[in-house]
Design a protein around this ligand. Structure first.
Ligand code: SF4
Length: 230
């Protein structure tokens, strides 16, 4: 079994810690405070400029690049706030479903030289499942029911625990932040159930980027776009 899963031998202890953590989080205002710290660090003018440029871009590739820059503005706020548990070297979220639009898959194929599928398995149009794709929850903004079989599978762009396409990583990766104090809740359970991570609420951002990319985009898990590499 993949090492990103909590070993069966530690499962009972782990579940107790998870339960205690969620109880503590629910009884405190920590998550709200961390969200507010990130918000306070946001350069909203810069973000708006990038999103405006994205919305005026003439091609899908240019839209993706401007949307990446907008997401980098958010990343800067998260970094300055020190309100996220996400750190270099943690790759748990590279083992859960990752929703990628066709425009982003084409960008990844261009920068990596990897061959992308023309008709990826389990693809969906954004317009078919807009609510789920705009941030339904714990799986990088994906539709859990459709791609949950990928839980525990490494992303094809992960190598030795590091993202090989960091500068070009998809928006789903760029907008996925745990706002807990560590990665306890990010650890995957052996039965692939119960993964619930306190995430930064990015609903407004994801709604905007899907709107700009286009609701007619087809979206699939990153492993299905690059099946030769999985
Ligand atoms: S693209 Fe990079 S950051 Fe995103 S899941 Fe893959 S390895 Fe992780």
């Amino acid at each position: 079994m993949n090492s990103v899963f909590v070993p069966d031998t530690h499962l009972e202890d782990h579940l107790e810690q998870v339960h205690a953590r969620w109880q503590a989080l629910r009884m405190s205002t920590d998550l709200q405070a961390r969200s507010e710290r990130i918000q306070a660090e946001m350069d909203t003018d810069a973000f708006d400029r990038m999103m405006t440029a994205a919305s005026r871009a003439k091609s899908g590739g240019q839209r993706v690049l401007w949307l990446h820059r907008a997401a980098d503005v958010v990343a800067g706020a998260v970094s300055r706030s020190k309100a996220s548990a996400c750190t270099k070297g943690c790759d748990h979220c590279c083992h859960i479903p990752v929703s990628v639009s066709r425009a982003e898959a084409a960008h990844l194929a261009a920068v990596s030289g990897k061959r992308m599928a023309t008709a990826p398995a389990h693809a969906v149009r954004v317009s078919q499942e807009p609510d789920r794709l705009q941030g339904d929850g714990a799986m990088k903004g994906t539709s859990p029911g459709r791609w949950e079989h990928h839980i525990g599978e490494a992303c094809p762009f992960l190598s030795h625990g590091e993202c090989t396409v960091w500068a070009s990583r998809p928006l789903a990766c760029r907008y996925y932040y745990s706002i807990d104090k560590d990665n306890l809740l990010c650890k995957l359970l052996p039965d692939k159930q119960g993964i619930e991570v306190p995430q930064l609420n990015v609903l407004a951002f994801t709604a905007m980027y899907w709107g700009i990319l286009g609701l007619n985009q087809d979206v699939a898990d990153i492993r299905d776009w690059f099946p030769d590499e999985a």
